[in-house]
Design a protein around this ligand. Structure first.
Ligand code: PLP
Length: 463
């Protein structure tokens, strides 16, 4: 059936109005931050089975469905959303999702979406410039940081073992990473055929940061185990703590020893856009490969992540493939050779529209504001009895404890009535509560209310 464009306009209008009300209410904190209704009950409430079997939705019934759907979900724009590290998206990026949904130009092959592909090229060029990889670097956008880490490590594998693609993976490769590295890196090692055992832990301090002075020992250990380092991974910043590894120190070590240096900047690379915070990433230009998520601090929806390599040819070496219907002739303008994905969404447009609306400066200000709010939380928490804050935050991620009781129980109680969403993480084997300040609506009032509530619940759980 061809589109009835009048029906489309009505349905789209309902969507815009529904979303506007939803975001407005969310930002004002006028509703629970998340719904936790069990799936069976929720399916019933939303009438899912009936809709699937019978169809027949109209703009009017859709309006009702949408309202219930939004109401039962998680409100990322809510000031009390302090949970997972996904952006409260900015609306220009949301427009891009809508455009993609309607026009659908998956553009890994240039002819499948010339404008979408060109937008991605320019966004990548901007990212490469921002990182300091300049004209010689290469990049591609992928659906998320996990896939980006896999892609970057595939490039590292191709550099260390060029025949691995055809002959299989040599048994002696090793991946050096701190235990605080994101789990997708260990996963990538397993997917790449290295096996999880090939991941050799780097020495870290009590907060999980790589000890630069201990790197020579780590390399010795790898060599004594009869292995070759395929890559060394550093965090910018670590997911758990939001703390940064010393990229310059580590990068210089890698350059001297010829070890591929991979920086996981999924969360923290966006701090390059803030004058005040750029220093946290000092030395990033020494990386051989880097990943950078736009759906964390550049305020796009999930998912959009960049894989960037200092030398473009490294990224082109990551994959080799044959498919006569796609791969032939000069493919200089096709990104398909650089990704796991074949069809790939118009990810560049989301990043581009946020840039076009807010500018680099605006996005940098967003990072700075979120980091400042997290710092404010740390200042307030430190002044209150019962709170332990093991480090001064460097980003918008803060770990802390209240009392000595079960921290997970405190978290459960806060989420039970949808008052707050927060997470938890282990530091040096001890579980902490953890917040990630993602929503611009989070303010001092939210932070004080959170601390009050944690105090109340904490006193009850430790009874
Ligand atoms: C979030 C995150 C990832 C994973 O990214 P996804 O986009 O969620 O797949 C990887 N590394 C770090 C440091 C992260 O914070």
């Amino acid at each position: 059936m061809i589109w009835n464009v009048e029906e489309f306009v009505r349905a789209a209008t309902v969507t815009v109005e529904g979303l506007a009300a939803y975001v407005d209410e969310s930002q004002r904190g006028g509703s629970p931050v998340l719904g936790r209704r069990p799936p069976r009950e929720l399916a019933e409430k939303l009438g899912l089975v009936r809709w699937i079997r019978e169809g027949g939705m109209t703009p009017e019934s859709y309006a009702e469905f949408l309202a219930a759907y939004l109401d039962e979900g998680t409100r990322l724009h809510h000031p009390a959303h302090l949970g997972h590290q996904v952006a409260a998206p900015d609306f220009p990026a949301a427009l891009a999702d809508f455009v993609h949904g309607a026009a659908n130009n998956p553009m890994a092959i240039y002819e499948m979406g010339a404008s979408a592909a060109t937008v991605e090229f320019e966004v990548l060029r901007w990212m490469l410039d921002t990182v300091g990889f300049g004209d010689t670097g290469g990049g591609v956008l992928t659906h998320g940081g996990s896939l980006a880490n896999l892609t970057a490590l595939l490039a590292a594998r191709a550099a260390a073992a060029p025949d691995a693609w055809t002959d299989g993976v040599p048994a002696d490769l090793a991946l050096l990473a701190p235990a605080s590295a994101h789990y997708s890196l260990t996963r990538a090692a397993a997917i790449l055929g290295l096996g999880e055992r090939a991941v050799m832990p780097l020495d870290v301090d009590a907060l999980g940061r790589i000890e630069v002075t201990r790197l020579p020992d780590a390399l010795d250990r790898v060599r004594r185990a009869g292995r070759r380092p395929m890559a060394l991974v550093a965090g910018a910043c670590a997911t758990g703590t939001g703390l940064h590894d010393d990229l310059r120190g580590i990068g210089e070590f890698c350059a001297e020893t010829g070890v591929w240096f991979h920086v996981d900047g999924a969360h923290g690379a966006s701090a390059l856009l803030s004058e005040e915070h750029r220093h946290l990433l000092d030395g990033i230009e020494l990386a051989d490969s880097l990943i950078w998520d736009a759906h964390k601090m550049l305020r796009t929806s999930s998912l959009a992540a960049a894989v960037l390599t200092r030398r473009e040819s490294d990224l082109d070496a990551a994959f080799q493939q044959r498919a006569s219907y796609l791969f032939y002739g000069d493919q200089g303008s096709d990104l398909i050779g650089r990704t796991v994905e074949c069809s790939k969404a118009e990810l560049g447009l989301k990043v581009f529209l946020n840039l076009a609306w807010r500018g680099e400066r605006g996005l940098g200000d967003h990072v700075a504001r979120q980091y400042a709010t997290a710092r404010r939380f740390w200042e307030l928490a430190r002044q209150r009895p019962g709170f332990t804050c093991p480090y001064e935050p460097e980003s918008n991620i803060v770990c802390f404890r209240y009392g000595t009781g079960d921290q997970v129980e405190i978290r459960e109680r806060l989420m039970e009535d949808g008052a707050f969403q927060l997470t938890s993480a282990e530091i040096d084997g001890v579980r902490h509560l953890r917040i990630a300040v993602m929503a611009p609506a989070t303010d001092d009032k939210t932070l004080e209310a959170l601390l009050d509530r944690i105090g109340e619940e904490g006193r009850q759980t430790s009874r």
